[in-house]
Design a protein around this ligand. Structure first.
Ligand code: ADP
Ligand code: MG
Length: 226
């Protein structure tokens, strides 16, 4: 057994797998018969790394993203493959987990952000309260602590005037600001995996850049896989 000096450890040895999608097939039952949306999809996400999936519209990017936590419509069948999630020292095939396990992973260690923040934000609730509610639910803390943590998160996602933002309703925010609130919500549980499905498509080009930079900064700070 040879001792290897720490600084010479090749970087490849430090890459830890977080999510491994292997040979995934997804088939939808439709009025016109079965529709094979995914065939043999294989991809890896490592801890502290970003994996990007690129493809034309309709090629199956969203279906792949949604399949991870089995959030597809009920007409979807997971006909083949594995989705291995490595958590701590253990690992599990997400496709074989009961719904209770998937629920507990969702918003605890795996978070998602979507293209259109308004589909995920409640228009009738103040932005800060929505994030605070999520924090109270997941961390079982009191309202005051949740409020403090929300304002700290708003600072982290670089929302201007975090205390003022807390009190605003979603329609009083710009598109980029709403996406920052969504990112704050997604980060609130300290996820180790963030699934982002075209998180900037609905934003104008200059805002897209700052949101992508924000995701990269948060990813590096928390060693999250994206
Ligand atoms: P994109 O790469 O643009 O995100 P999607 O993953 O949304 O593409 O869609 C991949 C394919 O799966 C598309 O042809 C879409 O119409 C089809 N699809 C998605 N959801 C369903 C569903 N519930 N029933 C039938 N077909 C679906
Ligand atoms: Mg899509």
């Amino acid at each position: 057994h040879q001792q290897r000096p720490h600084r010479e450890t090749p970087e490849i040895l430090m890459v830890q797998p977080l999510l491994e999608i292997k040979d995934l097939d997804i088939c939808f039952q439709t009025e016109d018969g079965p529709f094979h949306a995914l065939k043999n999809v294989t991809l890896n996400v490592s801890r502290g790394r970003i994996t990007a999936v690129v493809g034309e519209s309709g090629s199956g990017k969203s279906v792949t993203a949604l399949s991870i936590l089995q959030l597809l419509a009920p007409n979807a069948a997971y006909t083949k493959g594995e989705i291995i999630y490595h958590q701590g020292a253990g690992s599990m095939d997400l496709l074989k987990q009961p719904i209770a396990m998937l629920r507990s992973l969702r918003g605890n260690s795996i978070s998602m952000i979507f293209q259109e923040p308004m589909t995920s934000l409640n228009p009738l609730m103040r932005c800060g309260e929505q994030v605070a509610e999520a924090i109270m639910l997941h961390k079982k803390c009191d309202q005051r602590t949740a409020r403090e943590q929300t304002i700290a998160l708003f600072q982290k996602v670089e929302l201007p005037d975090p205390t003022g933002m807390y009190k605003r309703y979603p329609h009083q925010l710009s598109g980029g600001q709403k996406q920052r609130v969504m990112i704050a919500m997604a980060m609130s549980c300290g996820p180790d995996l963030l699934i982002a499905d075209e998180p900037t498509t609905a934003l104008d080009v200059t805002v897209q850049k700052t949101i992508l930079e924000l995701i990269r900064t948060l990813q590096q700070e928390s060693n999250m896989g994206v």
